[in-house]
Design a protein around this ligand. Structure first.
Ligand SMILES: Nc1ncnc2c1ncn2[C@@H]1O[C@H](COP(=O)(O)OP(=O)(O)O)[C@@H](O)[C@H]1O
Ligand SMILES: [Mg+2]
Length: 319
């Protein structure tokens, strides 16, 4: 056991999942100062706290002791998970111009997948075609087994999304926005709505009009709004566009937590690699409308290189 490494890992997990030291302390019935001492490697948590920490952070006791996630194991577990999104030989053109060329990939339950590639690669087109906002030329898309053409309504009922800007009414409060979405989707679970408000940390401002929100707050409300219908798949197109570093960090924590606690799969497109590296379990690179490569983030971590290095290596190979 390396006390310092363990401490760093605890701090990482805590921030990733959006807890303060005090919140962790309160959960364990100890002071935030004790948590701070663990994180700085001054003390190691007693055995009795290890189990609780593992539960709070959704990792194993062994992983906390090792000070890192055991990626290999997670990879094997995935084989038993079910497919949430299945994209097969998908092609799409605008006029004569082929923008998506024979795209095939799957997303499994609980996966967070980063869709990366240069501007104009076809990320937004791919997302809009998955959601049936664009009509595909050929191929198939299934969400939780429902075809996005034959069973569109069912497929979409399993999907929450934010494309470009979140779809919100500006002149009413955040809470009213969520209530309207709940009403439209026939969701009566009031507790779940409150849970989502807490999840995205808008408790204090939820009764203010949306037009008074900052961009980060609007993004977070948009996220809660997309989650109200309890989707199995969440699709976010460039969600951190325009957010400041703190906003990005908060969003990252929220997404990780939501994926773990509600078992939601997430497809998130971005051209900012460092950001994707810290949120996603898997990476899908698309370039000029084709899948360039697909890999688990643990592959990059094992090689001890950054996602950026891996990205340029893969893009080069393709030339
Ligand atoms: N509605 C559209 N009509 C015509 N061409 C489009 C349309 N939307 C996107 N394109 C073209 O498709 C290509 C891929 O765009 P897009 O999917 O927005 O890429 P990305 O999101 O990866 O930056 C670009 O060349 C773009 O000009
Ligand atoms: Mg785009």
């Amino acid at each position: 056991m390396n006390q310092e490494k363990m401490g760093k890992f605890i701090a990482e997990l805590r921030m990733e999942q959006g807890y303060t030291q005090k919140e962790i302390g309160d959960k364990l019935g100890i002071t935030d100062n004790s948590v701070s001492k663990w994180e700085r490697g001054i003390n190691a948590p007693d055995i009795c706290y290890l189990k609780e920490l593992a539960e709070i952070f959704h990792v194993t006791v062994q992983e906390i002791l090792n000070g890192e996630r055991n990626f290999k194991k997670k990879e094997i577990d995935k084989e038993h998970h079910s497919k949430i999104l299945e994209v097969k030989n998908l092609s799409k053109s605008f006029g004569k111009r082929k923008v998506l060329k024979n795209i095939t990939f799957d997303i499994y339950e609980g996966d967070i997948v980063g869709l990366i590639g240069p501007n104009g690669a076809g990320k937004t087109t791919l997302i809009k075609t998955i959601l049936s906002l664009y009509k595909k030329d050929t191929g198939s898309v299934k969400i939780c087994g429902y075809d996005n053409k034959k069973d569109l309504e069912k497929a979409l009922s399993k999907t929450g999304s934010i494309i470009e800007n979140p779809d919100l009414y500006q002149n009413i409060s955040g809470r009213k926005n969520l209530k309207i979405t709940a009403l439209i989707n026939d969701i009566k679970d009031k507790e779940y709505i409150e849970k989502m408000i807490k999840f995205v940390k808008l408790e204090d401002r939820i009764d203010d009009k949306v037009k008074k929100y900052s961009l980060g707050m609007k993004q977070r409300l948009g996220l809660a709004n997309a989650l109200i219908k309890r989707p199995k798949l969440l699709i976010l197109d460039e969600p951190t566009n325009g957010l400041d570093p703190l906003g990005i960090k908060e969003l990252r924590g929220i997404l990780r937590k939501i994926s773990r606690e509600e078992n939601i799969s997430i497809l998130i497109s971005s051209h900012i690699l460092s950001e994707v590296e810290n949120i996603c379990d898997r990476i899908l690179i698309i370039d000029e409308g084709k899948v360039n490569s697909e890999f688990g983030i643990e592959e990059v971590k094992y090689k001890n290189i950054s996602l950026e290095d891996e990205y340029f290596a893969k893009m080069k190979k393709d030339e």
